[in-house]
Design a binder for this molecule. Structure first.
Ligand code: GLY
Length: 365
């Protein structure tokens, strides 16, 4: 077995570790034991992930002496709703789960966000742990305690900050992801290079083919470095009062595209890829960024098989969805805009400028 790496995330009494290593999904019971946890576990997962990894997680829990139940919710962003949260509560109540028990999220970002939200609210808060099984969940969603559900008017409009007790990221489980799902997650990996680490962006460029084809050694490095950057940012700003906002790079337009296409046609990472390129083009228009740095991103995202152009949507509709986003402050739309590869600024952008820009965007075809 490869060595397990540990990234400590220091948040005072909410501190925890992120464990990264191949096949560590079999150690989740041991990690729980190391916390001196003694209660029962509710494993929350979807049918597909359960079929792939449920038995290994159950075996690990059993071996470590834990009692558990399994709660299944359907897979997919369109099920990230309060209705599904209610189904989790129903199972917890029927099984008499208490404050000293714990929820374990086994799955992608949707499962992690919903399990975390159920844990944040059930009995006014119980513990939970994250076993992310997608790239997106490993490098982003599982770290930092953002939990919640979507509303028809926008993504993640309902939620709570609730930190997990640990994160158990096993890059080997990424092998069973569909190609499109895997590559979609790579958009978030690229994001970390642009917002914080040019050398890491260079690593992604150099090894783009190996990473796209899931060379585990390279992918392990990507998960590790991306998780490290995320941990540093969350550590500096747990509740997104400042620097944490930079993690939303590519998400302002990306979320609008996801919402306008009904969370069906465009995967989250694909929306982020399009959103990053659009934000970069906006940064060029505003005189902040050199065109070459847009080209580098387009080249890398294309090498990862990701879309870099927005679908045919009405600029007015995009603007309207963006105006309803939770990142809006005082009715103003804020953008994370790169200054070069490795550093970004958060800036207010005038709605008229934005509308003009969105109208002109197809000219970059
Ligand atoms: N996914 C953005 C954040 O965790 O802040």
């Amino acid at each position: 077995m490869k060595q397990t790496k540990k990234i400590p995330l220091d948040l005072g009494k909410n501190s925890y570790d992120i464990f990264i290593g191949e096949e560590i999904i079999d150690q989740v019971g041991l990690f729980l034991k190391d916390l001196s946890f003694k209660g029962r576990v509710a494993v929350v997962t979807d049918p597909k992930v359960e079929g792939l990894y449920g038995s290994r997680v159950k075996k690990s829990l059993k071996k470590a002496g834990f009692k558990f139940i399994l709660i299944q919710i359907p897979a997919g962003e369109r099920y990230k709703t309060l209705k599904q949260i209610n189904r989790i509560y129903d199972s917890l109540i029927q099984n008499h789960f208490e404050r000293s028990d714990l929820l374990l999220a086994l799955g992608g970002g949707v499962i992690g966000d919903m399990t975390g939200f159920a844990a944040a609210t059930y009995l006014r808060g119980v513990s939970f742990v994250q076993c992310p099984t997608t790239v997106l969940a490993q490098v982003d969603a599982s770290i930092g305690g953002k939990t919640g559900v979507d509303h028809p008017e926008g993504k993640n409009l309902i939620g709570a900050f609730h930190q997990p007790r640990f994160v158990c990221s096993d890059p080997a489980v990424l092998r069973t992801l569909q190609k499109r799902e895997y590559r979609s997650g790579l958009a978030e990996v690229v994001k970390y290079g642009v917002i914080a680490d040019e050398a890491f962006f260079g690593y992604l460029e150099t090894h783009s083919k190996a990473i796209r084809d899931l060379d585990l050694e390279k992918v392990r490095h990507c998960i590790h470095r991306a998780s490290q950057i995320k941990a540093e940012i969350v550590q500096a700003d747990e509740h997104e009062g400042g620097i944490r906002k930079i993690l939303n790079y590519g998400h302002t337009i990306g979320h609008a595209v996801e919402t306008l296409t009904g969370y069906r046609k465009v995967k989250h990472g694909e929306g982020v890829a399009m959103g990053m390129v659009a934000a970069s083009r906006l940064a060029v228009e505003l005189g902040l960024l050199h065109e070459d740095d847009v080209k580098r991103q387009v080249k890398l995202l294309t090498a990862f098989g990701l879309p870099t152009r927005l679908p045919d949507l009405d600029p007015g509709d995009i603007l309207e969805v963006m105006a309803g986003d939770k990142k809006v402050v005082g009715g103003e739309i804020y953008f994370v805009l790169p200054k070069n590869i490795g550093s970004v600024d958060v800036m207010k952008v005038d709605k008229k400028v934005l509308k003009r820009f969105l109208k002109a965007l197809p000219k970059y075809v």
